[in-house]
Design a protein. Structure first.
Length: 119
């Protein structure tokens, strides 16, 4: 994915990923309740996402639809994080994540299952 979304734009996208297609006014209402943004802030961010090709607008009603699936954005952001902070090494990222906290037996088993599926 070549589109880079900033944290505030990701909040707009998250509303659409959770709820599906929505009128802009409903996105604004959700973000006012969640983060306290006013309508103008949300509309500005929606328009930025539209310029980037992340959101499509249809009328009537300024209805918005996410054009990027959440999984594609997660993969892109993860790749960028790994490249930027872990020299492109997934095992360094993994070691950092699991080395910071005591994992439960259940969490360790889920991780083993995930790794087992990749083999």
């Amino acid at each position: 994915m070549a589109v880079k979304l900033h944290d505030s734009e990701l909040k707009v996208m998250d509303v659409l990923w959770r709820a599906g297609d929505l009128p802009a006014r409903q996105i604004a209402a959700a973000l006012e309740a969640e983060v306290g943004w006013n309508v103008n802030t949300t509309y500005t961010l929606i328009k930025r996402c539209m310029k980037k090709g992340a959101i499509e607008r249809t009328d009537p009603g300024f209805r918005c639809r996410a054009l990027l699936p959440k999984t594609a954005v997660q993969e892109s952001e993860t790749d960028e994080l790994v490249d930027k902070l872990f020299d492109g090494s997934i095992d360094k990222l993994f070691a950092s994540l699991v080395g910071r906290k005591k994992l439960t037996g259940e969490q360790l088993q889920r991780l083993r299952d995930i790794v087992g599926e990749l083999e």
